[in-house]
Ligand binder design. Structure first.
Ligand SMILES: [Zn+2]
Length: 164
C-alpha cells in the first residue's frame, strides 16, 4: 500500500469539466472563500467516491443542498473527509455504511445554493466537527502528487474555470 494521499488519483471522469477552484473568490460583490473544487457536468452524471470510507452524512446541509460526506480512515495516513454537494436527489446511501473508491455517491444536481449543474467537492482534514459552518478544507488540486499522476492529463486538458 502507498502512503501517498489518495486524492492524487481522484478523477470524477471524462463527463466532468473543471469549474470554480478552491480558494478566495468574489461573488455578488462579496469576497468569500470557496471551500471546494467545482466539477460541472450534466444533470444525473454519476459521481464516484474518491476513496474507501464510511458515509457520515446523507441528507441536505444548508447551501450544499443534497449532500454526502464520507469519512476516510487509513492505516497509513490521517483521517479525512470528502464532501459531495448539490446532488440531484436525496442520498440513498445509509448512514454508517461503507463505500468503496469509485462507487457512486450520488448524481450531479443543482440543489442548494447552486446556479448550475455541478459537483462541489471538498477535502476536509480531521477536525472536531467536519460539518460545522466554516470548517477547514484543503485544496483538492494542490496535492503535489497530482502532478505526473494518471489524472494529470485530465486536469491539464480542461478549460479554464467557469463562473460557479
Ligand atoms: Zn462549489
Amino acid at each position: 500500500m502507498t502512503t501517498a494521499n489518495p486524492f492524487n488519483v481522484y478523477n470524477p471522469g471524462p463527463a466532468f469539466g473543471i469549474g470554480s477552484p478552491w480558494g478566495w473568490r468574489t461573488r455578488n460583490n462579496i469576497r468569500e472563500k470557496h471551500p471546494g473544487q467545482d466539477f460541472p457536468a450534466l444533470q444525473g452524471t454519476a459521481i464516484p467516491a474518491a476513496a474507501d470510507g464510511v458515509v457520515i452524512w446523507n441528507k441536505t446541509l444548508g447551501g450544499y443542498g443534497n449532500c454526502v460526506v464520507i469519512k476516510h480512515t487509513s492505516l497509513n495516513g490521517p483521517v479525512f473527509y470528502t464532501l459531495y454537494a448539490h446532488l440531484d436527489q436525496p442520498p440513498t446511501l445509509a448512514l454508517g455504511s461503507p463505500i468503496k473508491a469509485g462507487a457512486t455517491v450520488g448524481l450531479v444536481g443543482n440543489t442548494g445554493q447552486s446556479n448550475g449543474f455541478h459537483l462541489h467537492f471538498e477535502v476536509i482534514p480531521d477536525q472536531l466537527n467536519p460539518l460545522v459552518k466554516g470548517h477547514t478544507t484543503l485544496d483538492p488540486l494542490t496535492f503535489p502528487q497530482l502532478k505526473g499522476s494518471a489524472s494529470h492529463y485530465f486536469w491539464s486538458n480542461h478549460a479554464t474555470p467557469s463562473a460557479y
